[in-house]
Design a binder for this molecule. Structure first.
Ligand code: SF4
Length: 264
């Protein structure tokens, strides 16, 4: 039976790591005020279900990704005015300090984003757009920095990334972020620890790119009950906790400190 379509956008309040941005004490004070009066601090909005990638292990379309007993494939995408108005309505309703715009691949709605991002910026909301880099990032969005940022997911060196994330390959990402100022988000998987020097090679490459503001790192998180070769062992985590803070001292664009190491 064809499921009843439910219109997007979908609002999902998630616990995510707060990015290190130019948040002033005034911003924090205002944020606490809003939280105490019932606002959510962080709002993540999946603005589309479309994605030209087919990453192995993608759980965006899985049964448990969304609440309410629906999956992403059962939702209808909004476009144009409906999407712009829907996103802004959600933000006005929840009054978050920080909004993440995700997908699918959110850049397939770049025309709508072109209208949404400046409004969120004017509202004083920190906005993070998370993309695979498969579609060019408009350079004029850089005028919205530092409150509005683009993060590009790059999962390892080309030997791993280009296979997992094609067509968002290194070659394409580098072309699509030309002249921009973006963050790189790196998910470390088990195979990346097999080769000595891999971690430094990655950090060195992206640190040297003029388009890169900083590098965020997280480790592969399996779904409940999942056993996959990408999952890190406890020993891997200990090794990472030792290596990453040292790399961050050598390459300041890598945002990883001892406190984060303890969380590994
Ligand atoms: S980019 Fe994201 S949504 Fe698209 S296939 Fe990969 S993991 Fe899934």
């Amino acid at each position: 039976m064809t499921p009843t379509p439910v219109p997007t956008p979908v609002a999902a309040v998630q616990t995510i790591a707060a990015p290190k941005w130019s948040v002033t004490s005034r911003d924090l004070f205002a944020a606490w005020g809003r939280i105490l009066t019932g606002s959510v601090p962080l709002l993540s909005i999946e603005i589309t279900r479309e994605c030209p990638l087919s990453c192995p292990g993608c759980y965006a379309y899985g049964d448990t990704h969304l609440s309410g007993g629906v999956t992403l494939s059962q939702l209808n995408d909004l476009r144009g005015d409906q999407l712009v108005d829907g996103v802004l309505r959600l933000v006005r309703e929840h009054r978050p300090l920080h909004v993440s715009l995700v997908g699918g691949e959110p850049m397939v709605r770049h025309r709508e984003l072109d209208r949404i991002l400046p409004v969120l910026n004017q509202m004083g909301i920190f906005t993070l757009l998370v993309t695979s880099g498969v579609i060019p990032v408009p350079r004029h969005w850089m005028s919205l920095l530092p409150r509005t940022r683009v993060a590009v997911s790059v999962d390892g060196l080309p030997e791993h990334h280009d296979i997992r994330r094609k067509p968002a390959t290194y070659e394409r990402i580098l072309k699509n972020i030309e002249g921009c100022d973006v963050n790189i988000h790196w998910v470390i998987t088990r195979p990346m620890l097999d080769r000595a020097g891999y971690l430094e090679e990655y950090v060195k490459f992206w640190s040297a790119r003029p388009e890169v503001h900083c590098i965020w790192v997280s480790v592969y998180t399996p779904q409940i009950g999942e056993t996959s070769p990408e999952t890190l062992t406890p020993e891997d985590r200990i090794e990472l906790a030792r290596k990453l803070p040292a790399l961050a001292k050598q390459y300041p664009k890598l945002q990883f400190h001892e406190g984060l190491a303890r969380e590994l």
